[in-house]
Write a protein that binds this ligand. Structure first.
Ligand code: NDP
Length: 288
């Protein structure tokens, strides 16, 4: 089994980004600037934002965090976004999801200027991506495509099963794998909670991308020998023996699946770090 080392590849990508930033600085231009909006104090969201900010520091980006209480109104939040849309010092920004229930997520995402939408969630970017045009690609699917490219995994004519149809992972992933291109051209099936006989689908797939959020869901007897398995899942599972009180689990039963798969991503250290690297890449592209 070959481990798809997202940590190593993301470090390489970050080094390349750092070189581009240094070139900007040498030309006396300002570095890229990523801003993040965080509403409320959800523990996982705080962790993700902290690691995005740390990564900005690593590559020489400027970063800003705008934090609001969870009772901020939808209108007030949209006003903050409109301020960022016209702020010339900020190249791209993200609104950390999920948002509190009283805020309409789609309305908020629609208010982001697509030119600064480095998460690639705005319909303009999503539509361009679906048409195979240049756009900001959502960071997680973009990171997975990069991993596939870096390990030169054969995708043409292969059967690819994506499990999970969220707008941020599963659905864009299914589109990217079906597009024309060296790393695309797959025959894609998109499964979700209403899909029947999932194990029959997983057993037939050459490539499986798991993005459902159920720890260790995919087991040894559900996959084909020598398949490629990409694990997007991140779930905190209570573990009192750990200092933090939990461990992070992916959607794949790593120990058993690693005995049968050809390529496999670990959790942590697989898709997670790639997601952050591609967010940085999108921000650099927004600056240039
Ligand atoms: P969502 O909860 O938005 O979507 C989950 C999807 O899984 C839904 O489409 C749902 O179906 C489907 N699903 C749920 N149960 C089953 C089942 N039993 N069989 C088949 N499909 C099922 O999750 P996200 O896409 O946002 O995230 C998925 C996982 O990836 C999470 O663990 C999340 O933490 C992680 N994640 C990791 C990232 C990274 O950087 N590594 C980035 C983003 C997310 P339905 O639509 O019918 O409800």
């Amino acid at each position: 089994m070959i481990l798809l080392d997202g940590k190593k590849i993301s470090d390489e990508i970050k080094s390349e980004i750092k070189v581009s930033v240094e070139k900007l600085i040498r030309k006396k231009e300002r570095p890229p600037h990523l801003a993040a909006i965080l509403v409320g104090d959800d523990g996982a969201s705080l962790t993700y934002i902290a690691s995005k900010i740390r990564s900005c520091d690593q590559v020489g980006f400027k970063s800003s965090l705008f934090r609001y209480n969870s009772d901020i109104s939808e209108n007030d939040l949209i006003k903050k976004i409109e301020d960022l849309n016209i702020n010339r010092e900020i190249d791209g920004f993200i609104v950390q999801l999920p948002l509190p229930k009283h805020i309409n997520e789609q309305k908020v995402l629609l208010s982001i200027d697509p030119r600064k939408d480095v998460d690639g969630f705005h319909p303009t970017n999503f539509g361009k991506m679906a048409l195979g045009l240049k756009s900001f690609i959502p960071a997680t699917p973009y990171g997975i495509m990069k991993l596939i490219e870096k390990y030169d995994i054969e995708t043409e004519g292969k059967s690819c099963l994506v499990v999970g149809r969220s707008n941020i992972v599963g659905r864009p992933m299914s589109i990217l794998m079906s597009l024309r291109g060296r790393y695309g051209n797959s025959t894609v099936t998109l499964a979700h909670s209403k899909s029947k006989n999932l194990a029959e689908l997983t057993k037939k797939a050459d490539i499986i991308i798991m993005a459902l959020g159920i720890p260790e869901f995919l087991k040894y007897d559900m996959i084909k020998k020598d398949s490629t398995i990409i694990d997007v899942g991140i779930t905190r599972v209570e573990d009192k023996s750990k200092r933090r009180g939990y461990v992070i689990k992916g959607d794949v039963d790593f120990d058993s699946v690693s005995k049968k798969a050809k390529f496999l991503t670990p959790v942590p250290g697989g898709v997670g770090p790639m997601t952050i690297a591609m967010l940085l890449q999108n921000t650099l592209d927004a600056r240039l």
